[in-house]
Each structure stands twice: as C-alpha cells, then as structure tokens.
Unconditional design. Structure first.
Length: 289
C-alpha cells in the first residue's frame, strides 16, 4: 500500500512538472516555429506547422542580418558591450559592498543593507519617469550625456542590479570564516589585499551565479533601453532594434520573430553551458547563507 501511494505521488509530481514545462516552453516554441514561416502563414495559423521549413528560416535569418534598418551586428555589439561592462561592475562593486556591509556591524551598515533590500520591491514603473528626468539633468550638469549613451545605461543597470547582487553575496559572505581575514591582517595585508586575495576568490561560485542571472536580465531587457536609448538613437540593443520591423500599418512578423530568435540564442547557449555552475552557486550560497 505504501509503495502504491509513493508511486502515485511520483506520477502526480511528474505530470505537474510536464504541465509547467509545457507552459513555460510554449512561447519559445511559438518563436521557433514561426521563425520558419513567411508572414502570411504566421497570420493564418501561428500555432501550426504549415509553411514552416528550414530554407524559410535561413532566408528569414539572412534577411534580418542583412537588413539596413535593423543593423544586427551593431545592435549585437552594443548589447554585448553593455552587458559585459555592467556585469563586471556589478560583480566588482556588488561584492565590495556586500563584504563591507557584512563585516561592519554598525547601525549604518544595517540601514544601508535594508535600503538595498527595500529597493528590490519597488516596481520599475514607479521610478522610470523620474529616472529619465534625473539622468537628463545629471548629464547636463557633468557635461556627459547620460541618455542615448553606453555609460548612462550601464550606470542605470548598476543601480537596478546592485540590490539583488548585494543581497545574494551578503548571504554567502556570512558563511565565510572571519578567521581568514584576521590571519591576513596579522600577516600585514591591507583591507584591499584581504578582499582581492582572500575574499574575492572564495566568492567565485556565487559571483558566477549572480553574473549569469544578471546577464540574462540585461541582455533580454527591453523597457529600460527603449526609454534611455530611444528608438532613433545610434546606440541600440537587440530588443530595441527589433522595433525596426514594426510599422504603423505593417508588421513583418517573420522578421520580428527571426530577430527575436537571434537575440535569444546567445542566452540559451550560455545557460546550457553554465547551468551546472548556476545550480552549484545557488545551493552553496543557500547553505552558507
């Protein structure tokens, strides 16, 4: 009887997992299958396989890459540059902030930590208009354009991604023995040497996890780049550049979905390669935290 109940429980969990997987993967299925069709077939039957073919997919992808309005390689380059620079700065400054907050047991450290946590629950829609006006004013004040520029949007991602980065790294650092830092101090290490030679290497698993999570978010983000970079500026990320195929009266769905597929593929490859590191970093961070 006990074996039957256990088997039934496993089957139920398996069915639920399959349903959730289908629900999650269905949008990606639509993107892939409709990338292989001409526009007229997409509008007739977006779910079916009619008209889908590998030669049509190749043609759609080629048209996207060679389109003079989309500028695929330019958008890809800006997306890569913004993502890489943002991730490097988030990993560096986030780990520094998390270490200082964790090791300095003062009321101000606690206030700063909870300020980071509080910022995670504020919706972006609440701050997006003040953000744009503030960045415009700051750019005029310092003489460096903060809108429609790579430094401006990188600075914005540093602010929006810093809270989660500090939160996860802080939990991990709590599990790092303080004796290591005391021993380094006795050996004559400065705080900077202690951090970069002792603490930072220990953070590698969780930094990898945070970097990949932030990377998928920054690479796929549309709302913030569309507001800060605009539709007509020289700097465009891939999600923003897809707008080139959306007109007032005509929408080139085959091109839109092929461009979306091109934008998705790098993150899928990255996740498949690094999924082991993601899981290990999350588990190790949870255990130490």
């Amino acid at each position: 009887m006990h074996t039957k109940e256990k088997t039934s429980s496993v089957v139920i969990r398996l069915i639920i997992a399959i349903i959730i997987a289908i629900y999650v993967l269905f949008p990606f299925f639509l993107v892939v299958i409709n990338s292989c069709k001409p526009t007229e077939e997409i509008t007739k039957n977006p779910i079916g396989f009619n008209g889908a073919s590998i030669p049509q997919l190749t043609q759609n992808l080629g048209d996207v890459i060679n389109n003079t309005h989309f500028l695929f390689w330019s958008a890809f380059g800006f997306s890569a540059l913004i993502t890489v620079v943002s991730l490097v700065l988030l990993a560096l400054f986030g780990s520094m902030a998390a270490w200082i907050i964790c090791r300095n047991k003062t009321k101000w450290s606690l206030v700063i930590y909870f300020t980071f946590i509080a910022s995670m629950i504020i919706p972006f829609q609440v701050v997006m208009l003040p953000l744009i006006s503030t960045f415009r004013d700051v750019g005029k004040f310092i003489g460096i354009p903060m809108l429609q520029s790579v430094p401006g949007i990188v600075f914005a991602y540093l602010g929006f991604g810093g809270a989660m980065t500090v939160f996860i790294l802080n939990g991990f650092i709590k599990g790092v023995p303080f004796d290591l830092e005391e021993a380094a101090s006795i050996d004559g290490c400065t705080p900077e040497q202690t951090f970069f030679q002792i603490i930072f290497p220990l953070l590698t698993p969780v930094i990898t996890t945070v970097t990949i999570l932030n990377g998928m978010w920054i690479w796929n983000d549309y709302l913030l780049p569309s507001m800060m970079l605009g539709q007509n500026g020289a700097v465009k990320t891939l999600p923003v550049a897809v707008q080139a195929f959306v007109g007032s009266y005509v929408k080139q769905w085959n091109m839109i979905l092929a461009a979306a597929l091109l934008a998705i593929i790098p993150m899928i490859i990255l996740f498949l390669i690094a999924q082991k590191q993601i899981m290990e970093g999350m588990i190790e961070g949870a255990v130490k935290g």
